[in-house]
Design a protein around this ligand. Structure first.
Ligand code: CTP
Length: 418
């Protein structure tokens, strides 16, 4: 069954479009109705709404309570971005009646109502059923407008000869009967080329992904810090790949100098404590956490307020205290449905076994581990080779560009979510 958009403009014949909406609905089509201000002088929106079971729209700025859905369609979760959603989804659009004024607007390409705007933009077959006084129909301008529309592939259902609305007046101007208009719609639907199938929704559409990237810095004094060599490349590759899969991405970046493309929310942090605060507040609202940041395990106890001077110091001894394990803390707070992925850089030996131990301790679903004893991969490199360790099983992702590794990780995230 088809989605039919009926535009009703001002004229006595508007009462017949109620019957058209009824017949089309009865035939099993999903019908939406657009009215001009003058149409409502003749017929009420409530009648169309009762018949079609869908709201009637007027102005091009009016929000659509049905979010662009036709009767029979599921109501979308979000309001469409475009006010042209109805025109885009229509399988056929008919303007019945088309008054002399609306006909002129359609031919000239006006966009001053939802009706005219939809007519201009729809790619569906368009049918126009004029209705007007005979002299208006025969006027040069009207004939020229009709010819213009025909040239553009619009089907014009010529008005019939007979009694006109004005008492005692006869002539050519009567709108075609609703059954004939519906037959014209059905014929247009039958001969229209099949619509391209709607694109598949992106696999992470609407999924909120929180990513940490980079390496934290722990202050020794106002100018010195203890840091690590993480560049943030892996986290940024993940952010770009997740956004391309439709996710809403928040990136908590610890001392990352690399840019991120627009559309990704970026939160800057410096220390492990700042990262803990930022991740703690964003975690509740995320569906997936990818903890790629290299978070310091230790920080100097009480950073000096002033720059430490070498002169007369006789050397410097630092006392380091443990930082909070951010990921383990979030693992305790996790709610059902969230997917948590950690990252570990391990130095040789049974690095997979050690990563598995961390997965258990931190209460997460997967941990992506790389062996940093291999200098060609890891921290500042464009490439990486990782093993994705999950509660059940593990997957080796052979050495590849970090963008490719990011895709492999997201494939596993999608699998863990399903
Ligand atoms: N991590 C964290 N908070 C920390 C340290 C690490 O959230 N203070 C996270 C990292 O972002 C990473 C995971 O925990 O996703 C594993 O990091 P790693 O440093 O390997 O873990 P540790 O528990 O610190 O293990 P190790 O004793 O080997 O340092």
């Amino acid at each position: 069954m088809a989605r039919i958009l009926i535009g009703v403009s001002g004229g006595i014949a508007a009462y017949k479009s109620i019957e058209l909406a009824r017949l089309a609905t009865q035939a099993g089509h999903g019908v939406r109705v657009l009215v001009t201000a003058n149409a409502e002088r003749f017929v009420g929106a409530a009648t169309f709404e009762g018949i079609t079971g869908a709201p009637v729209l007027r102005g091009e700025f009016d929000p659509d309570p049905a979010r662009g859905a036709y009767p029979g369609d599921p109501t979308p979760e979000h309001a469409p971005i475009s006010h042209l959603a109805l025109a885009e989804r229509a399988d056929a659009m008919v303007v019945a009646p088309a008054s002399v004024n609306t006909l002129a607007k359609l031919a000239a390409g006006f966009c001053d109502s939802m009706l005219t705007t939809s007519f201009l933009t729809t790619r569906a077959p368009r049918i126009v059923a004029p209705a007007m006084n005979g002299r208006m129909w025969e006027a040069d301008a009207t004939q020229a407008n009709t010819a213009t529309l025909r040239e553009r592939g619009v089907t014009i259902l010529e008005p019939a000869e007979g009694a006109l609305a004005s008492r005692g007046e006869r002539g050519r101007g009567r709108m075609q009967e609703p059954t004939e208009i519906l037959a014209a719609i059905e014929a247009a639907l039958a001969s229209a080329p099949p619509r391209e199938p709607a694109p598949e929704p992106l696999p992470l559409a609407g999924v909120r992904v929180l990513i940490t990237a980079g390496g934290t810095r722990e202050a020794i004094d106002p100018v010195r810090f203890i840091g690590n060599r993480s560049s943030g490349r892996m986290g940024i590759a993940l952010a770009i790949a997740a956004a391309a899969r439709g996710a809403e991405v928040t990136l908590i970046a610890a001392n990352v100098t690399l840019p991120v493309p627009p559309g990704i929310e970026r939160v800057e942090v410096t220390s492990a404590a700042e990262l803990a605060t930022a991740a703690g507040s964003a975690f509740e609202n995320c569906d997936v956490l990818l903890m790629a940041a290299a978070v310091a395990d230790f920080r100097p106890t009480g950073a000096a307020g002033d720059k430490l001077a070498r002169e007369g110091s006789g050397g410097l001894e630092l006392h380091l205290e443990e930082t909070e394990d951010v990921l383990a803390g979030l693992g305790v707070r996790r709610r059902p449905g969230q997917v948590l992925v950690g990252f570990a850089a391990e130095h040789g030996g049974d690095f997979v076994g050690r990563a598995r131990g961390k997965l258990e301790r931190k209460g997460i679903d997967a941990i992506v581990v790389n062996d940093v004893s291999d200098a060609a991969i890891g921290f500042e490199s464009e490439e990486n080779e990782v093993t994705i360790v999950e509660r059940e099983g593990e997957l080796l992702v052979p050495r590849a560009d970090k963008a490719v590794v990011a895709e492999a990780i997201l494939d596993r995230v999608e699998a863990l979510r399903s």
